[in-house]
Write a protein that binds this ligand. Structure first.
Ligand code: IMP
Length: 201
């Protein structure tokens, strides 16, 4: 995977995955889900906010009865490194008992968030629980057994934004996934947690 020239909006952004490649891969993932759950209903649970754009594109490509819900967690505090602590800020609206749940994430990084969410969702007795993640940074994984059942792209250890992913609430609306190359941003931020928006809600 090579980086190409920056979007005009910022010299600090380099396109890593173009919108056309994302569309194509989302369609393939949706086709696989449609095949795997043939004749059944699936219940997509999006992890706010990062997964919202991936989820809305994915949902429209799945050719099955599909329902949606959202959960919001915070995990990062002020740093780009995970604190290892995950907290639910907004829970699901309805029960998932007996449903084919697909947890939809923007990116699997350390795996701490998905590991925590899997644990709490399994306690609610879904019929099945799978994980769909647009991006995967396997080299960063702390919880080694966490894998996406449906993975979009494996990427190197770079901080990425766009297509739902943010830094300080910026860049979520970019159509491409871009690497954020601002040297000031790659330094460990020193501001207090309350100012950070690396948390998910
Ligand atoms: P994990 O618990 O370390 O797997 O963290 C997953 C969450 O961290 C994702 O849902 C994102 O919100 C955030 N995250 C991890 N890497 C990136 C990145 O490169 N860009 C933006 N957000 C990221």
């Amino acid at each position: 995977m090579t980086l190409s020239k920056s979007p005009k909006s910022s010299p600090h952004l380099k396109v890593l995955i173009r919108r056309t490649a994302i569309q194509k891969r989302v369609r393939q993932v949706a086709r696989q889900i449609t095949k795997d759950f043939k004749g059944q209903r699936v219940h997509l649970v999006g992890v706010l906010k990062g997964a919202c754009i991936f989820l809305s594109d994915l949902a429209r490509e799945i050719n099955l009865e599909t329902s949606l819900d959202f959960i919001a967690v915070s995990s990062y505090g002020a740093r780009k490194e995970s604190s290892g602590q995950v907290r639910v800020n907004k829970d699901l609206d309805s029960s998932i008992a007996g449903l084919n749940v697909i947890l939809v994430e923007d990116i699997l990084d350390t795996g701490l968030t998905v590991s925590y969410l899997r644990r709490i969702l399994l306690q609610r007795r879904p019929k099945t629980l799978k994980v769909a993640a647009l991006l995967d940074k396997p080299s960063r994984r702390i919880i080694k057994e966490i894998q996406a059942d449906y993975a979009g792209f494996s990427i190197p250890d770079k901080f990425v934004v766009g297509y739902g992913l943010d830094f300080a609430e910026k860049y979520r609306n970019l159509k491409d996934v871009c690497v954020l190359c601002d040297p000031e941003i790659t330094a460990t931020p020193s501001e207090p947690a309350s100012k950070s928006s690396r948390s998910k809600l």
